[in-house]
Design a protein around this ligand. Structure first.
Ligand SMILES: *[C@@H]1O[C@H](CO)[C@@H](O)[C@H](O)[C@H]1NC(C)=O
Ligand SMILES: *[C@@H]1O[C@H](CO)[C@@H](O)[C@H](O)[C@H]1NC(C)=O
Ligand SMILES: *[C@@H]1O[C@H](CO)[C@@H](O)[C@H](O)[C@H]1NC(C)=O
Ligand SMILES: *[C@@H]1O[C@H](CO)[C@@H](O)[C@H](O)[C@H]1NC(C)=O
Length: 634
C-alpha cells in the first residue's frame, strides 16, 4: 500500500519536473511549429512525421535538462580569506567545528531551568537547539558551515566567551558585523546580538536573560505587527537609581528580514571619539547619526536640565476658558424653541383610491398552525403578518397621513453667542524646576564594561535561520575586507542562482530538501505539527532523489506520447484547413506570411548574458565602497 502511494507521488513529481522544463521551452516549440507550418504548404505524411519527431526531440531535451537540473548545482570553494586581522579582533566563521559537540564546547547554551508553577515541572528557559548547517535553499560556498537554529517558535540563546575582552572607549571604535540568512518564511522572530561584560563559561551555562544587562544590543528583529527593525541600543547605569537602562535608537531602520532568501549583512560602527554611529545593511548605510543628537535615543543619554514641577497644582481661580457665552445676550421674542422641525403638509390630499378600512398587514394566508402546537403550552397560535397584497393594487391602505414638510418657523434651541473671556489667563502648565536627576554624559560611546561575551538571545521565528561570519573589533577596514571576501561573493553566487531560476536556462535550484544531517542530531521534543512538516520535508527529499535519470526518461517518454497524440490531431486539423485555404491564395501572400517568422526566431535566443551578471555584481561591490557617504539622519 505504502509502496503504491510512494510510486504515485514519485510519478506525479517527475511528470511535473518534465512538464515544467518543457513549458519553459514553449516559446521555441511555437516558433518551430509556425516556421514549419508557413514554409511548407505541401501536406504530406512525411512532413507530419518530421514535425512529430521534432516535438519528440524537444520533449526529450526537456527531460534531459530536467535530469541535468536535478543534479547538484556547482558551487565554488571559498578560497583563503587573505585578510590579516589584528590580534584583538574577533572572527568566527564556524569552519573550525566538525560537529555540534565541538561547536557547543565554544558556543554555550544556557541550561537554566524554569519551574512551571501550574504543573510543577521544570523546563529549560531556552529550549531551542543549535547546530551547524550549510545553506540548502540558496547555496553558499562548498562546505560553508553556518550556525543555525533547529527549533522554531521557542526562546533561543547561545553565547561565546571572548578570549580577549574588547574595551570600547578612549577613541576606539566598536565594529560589529555578521550575516543572517533565512531559509523559511518568518512571521515573528529575531536575529539580533547582545554584547555582554566578561563572564566565564559556567556563568553562560547559568545565563538567565535579565540577570546580566547587555552593553550593546544590535541586529534585526521582526515580529508582525509589533516590530520590524534593526535594533541598536547601549546600556547606561542610571546614577540616581543605580539601575541599568537601555537607551534605544528611535526610528531604527527596517529589519530587511523579508523578501528573498539570500544572505544579509548587518554592520554597526560606533566611534567613541566623535560619538558618530552608522548602521549598514548589505554594506549600504541605512542609518547614520550622532549619539548626542537630541531625540535620537530613548531615553536620551543626556537628561534635561529643567523638568516640570510635578508637585505644583493649578490655582483655583486660574481661568483657562478663552471664550465664554455672552452674559448680556438674551433670547429674541420671535425665537420659539418649541416649534418642531417637520410639520404635516396641509396641501397634501388623500388619494381617491386609498382605502382606510382595508388593513395594511394581514396574517400570512399560506401559514397554518403546526401540528405540534399546543395552545395550553405555547399560547394561542398567531400567523405571522405580511403586507396586504391588495394594497399594492390601489394607492394604499390603512390610516392615511399627509406627508411631512420642513417647518418654516423652526428656530431650534437658542444659545447665547460666544465672546472673549476677559479673565482668560492662558493654559496652565506646571513651572519648570531644576532637574534633581540631571546627569551629563558627553561620551556615551565609552562603554561601561569591556565586551567579554557575544550572545544571541531572541525568539526563534523559523528553523534553519543561519548566522555566519561574525566580526567584532575596532577596525572598519577589517570588517569591509571580510565583507568583500565573504558576503559579497556569497551574495553574488546566490543572486546568480536566483537569476538562473528566473530565466530557467542555467539549470535549476534544487527543491527544498531536508538539510544534510552532517551532525549528531540532538532531537528535542517535536510536537505533532513539527513532525508532520518534517515528514513533508522527508517526502520532498525522497522525490527529488528518486527523480533519477531513468524516471525522467520514463516521464519524458510518457509526455512525448501525449504530445505526439495531441500534435497528431492538432496538425491534422491545421493542415487540413491550411491546405484548403493555401490553394486559394496567391504565392506572394505566402511570402508575406513568412516575415513574422524571422523575429520570432530571434526572440528565441534569450539567455543569460554573462557580462550583465558581472555588471550586476559589480554594482554590489561599488555599493559596499560607497559606505563612507554619510546619510543625513531621518
Ligand atoms: C580555525 O583554525 C585555524 C587553524 O588552527 C586557525 O588558523 C583559524 O584562525 C581558526 N579560525 C577561526 C575562525 O577560529
Ligand atoms: C566530533 O568530532 C570530533 C573531532 O573530529 C570527534 O573526536 C568526536 O568524536 C565527534 N563527536 C561526535 C559526537 O561525533
Ligand atoms: C566563573 O565566574 C564566577 C563568578 O562570576 C565564579 O564564581 C566561578 O568560580 C567561575 N568559574 C570558573 C570555572 O572559573
Ligand atoms: C571592497 O571591495 C571594493 C570593490 O572591489 C574595493 O573598492 C574596496 O577597496 C574593498 N574594501 C576593502 C576594505 O578591501
Amino acid at each position: 500500500m505504502h509502496m503504491y502511494t510512494n510510486f504515485l507521488f514519485t510519478f506525479l513529481f517527475m511528470l511535473w519536473n518534465n512538464a515544467r522544463t518543457i513549458f519553459q521551452r514553449l516559446p521555441s516549440c511555437k516558433t518551430i511549429i509556425s516556421t514549419l507550418k508557413v514554409s511548407k504548404n505541401v501536406i504530406s505524411r512525411n512532413a507530419m512525421v518530421t514535425k512529430a519527431t521534432l516535438l519528440c526531440a524537444m520533449a526529450i531535451a526537456g527531460g534531459v535538462s530536467a535530469v541535468e537540473g536535478s543534479s547538484n548545482t556547482e558551487v565554488p570553494v571559498l578560497g583563503p580569506l587573505g585578510v590579516k586581522l589584528s590580534p584583538d579582533s574577533f572572527w568566527e566563521d564556524f569552519q573550525n567545528y566538525s560537529n555540534t559537540t565541538e561547536l557547543l564546547q565554544k558556543w554555550k547554551v544556557s541550561r537554566l531551568g524554569l519551574r512551571d508553577s501550574s504543573t510543577g515541572e521544570t523546563r529549560l528557559m531556552y529550549p531551542a537547539t543549535w547546530t551547524l548547517q550549510e545553506p540548502y535553499l540558496l547555496k553558499s560556498f562548498k562546505n560553508d558551515k553556518c550556525l543555525t537554529i533547529e527549533t522554531p517558535h521557542s526562546a533561543a540563546m547561545i553565547g561565546r566567551v571572548l578570549e580577549n575582552p574588547l574595551t570600547i572607549g578612549d577613541g576606539k571604535k566598536l565594529v560589529v558585523q555578521y550575516e543572517v540568512q533565512l531559509q523559511r518564511n518568518m512571521e515573528c522572530g529575531g536575529a539580533f546580538m547582545k554584547l555582554l561584560p566578561p563572564m566565564n563559561g559556567t556563568d553562560l551555562h547559568r545565563y538567565g536573560g535579565s540577570n546580566v544587562p547587555f552593553e550593546v544590543i544590535f541586529g534585526p528583529d521582526k515580529c508582525h505587527p509589533y516590530t520590524n527593525e534593526v535594533h541598536f541600543g547601549l546600556k547606561k547605569t542610571n546614577p540616581f537609581t543605580n539601575k541599568p537602562e537601555a537607551k534605544l535608537l528611535t526610528n531604527a531602520p527596517i529589519s530587511s528580514l523579508d523578501g528573498d532568501e539570500t544572505v544579509r549583512l548587518y554592520t554597526l560602527i560606533m566611534d567613541s571619539e566623535s560619538q558618530d554611529f552608522e548602521i549598514r545593511v548589505n554594506g549600504k548605510v541605512v542609518k547614520a547619526g550622532n549619539l548626542l543628537t537630541e531625540g535620537l535615543f530613548n531615553p536620551p543619554f543626556h537628561s534635561p536640565k529643567k523638568v516640570p514641577d510635578l508637585k505644583a497644582k493649578k490655582p483655583e481661580n486660574w481661568d483657562e476658558r478663552e471664550f465664554i457665552p455672552d452674559p448680556k445676550a438674551t433670547k429674541p421674542d420671535y425665537w420659539d424653541e418649541n416649534e418642531p422641525l417637520m410639520i404635516p403638509d396641509d396641501t397634501d390630499v388623500k388619494p381617491d383610491s386609498w382605502d382606510e378600512n382595508m388593513p395594511e398587514y394581514i396574517p400570512e394566508p399560506s401559514r397554518f398552525k403546526p401540528k405540534w402546537w399546543n395552545n395550553n403550552r405555547d399560547g394561542e397560535w398567531v400567523a405571522p403578518l405580511v403586507r396586504n397584497p391588495q394594497c399594492f393594487q390601489i394607492a394604499g391602505c390603512g390610516p392615511w397621513q399627509p406627508r411631512m414638510v420642513e417647518n418654516p418657523d423652526y428656530w431650534g434651541p437658542w444659545n447665547p453667542p460666544m465672546v472673549e473671556n476677559p479673565k482668560y489667563r492662558g493654559k496652565w502648565a506646571p513651572p519648570l524646576i531644576d532637574n534633581p536627576e540631571y546627569s551629563e554624559d558627553l561620551k556615551p560611546g565609552n562603554l561601561e564594561n569591556p565586551i567579554g561575551v557575544i550572545l544571541f538571545e531572541f525568539w526563534s521565528g523559523s528553523k534553519d535561520l543561519l548566522i555566519d561570519n561574525l566580526y567584532l573589533g575596532h577596525y572598519v577596514e577589517e570588517a569591509e575586507s571580510l565583507g568583500n571576501k565573504t558576503f559579497i561573493s556569497k551574495k553574488r553566487l546566490q543572486n546568480q542562482q536566483i537569476e538562473a531560476e528566473i530565466i530557467g536556462h542555467r539549470g535549476r535550484i534544487e527543491h527544498p530538501k531536508k538539510p544534510p544531517t552532517m551532525l549528531d542530531y540532538t532531537g528535542g521534543n517535536l510536537n505533532l505539527f513539527d513532525r508532520l512538516s518534517e515528514y513533508g520535508d522527508c517526502l520532498l527529499e525522497k522525490f527529488s532523489e528518486q527523480s533519477s535519470f531513468v524516471q525522467n526518461i520514463l516521464g519524458g517518454t510518457i509526455l512525448v506520447l501525449i504530445l505526439m497524440l495531441t500534435s497528431y490531431f492538432y496538425l491534422k486539423v491545421v493542415y487540413f484547413q491550411q491546405g484548403y485555404s493555401d490553394g486559394a491564395k496567391s504565392k506572394d501572400k505566402n511570402e508575406k506570411k513568412q516575415q513574422p517568422k524571422k523575429s520570432e526566431v530571434e526572440s528565441l535566443s534569450v539567455s543569460v548574458d554573462p557580462e550583465q551578471v558581472d555588471a550586476d555584481s559589480q554594482s554590489d561591490k561599488t555599493d559596499f565602497t560607497k559606505r563612507r557617504v554619510k546619510q543625513p539622519v531621518k
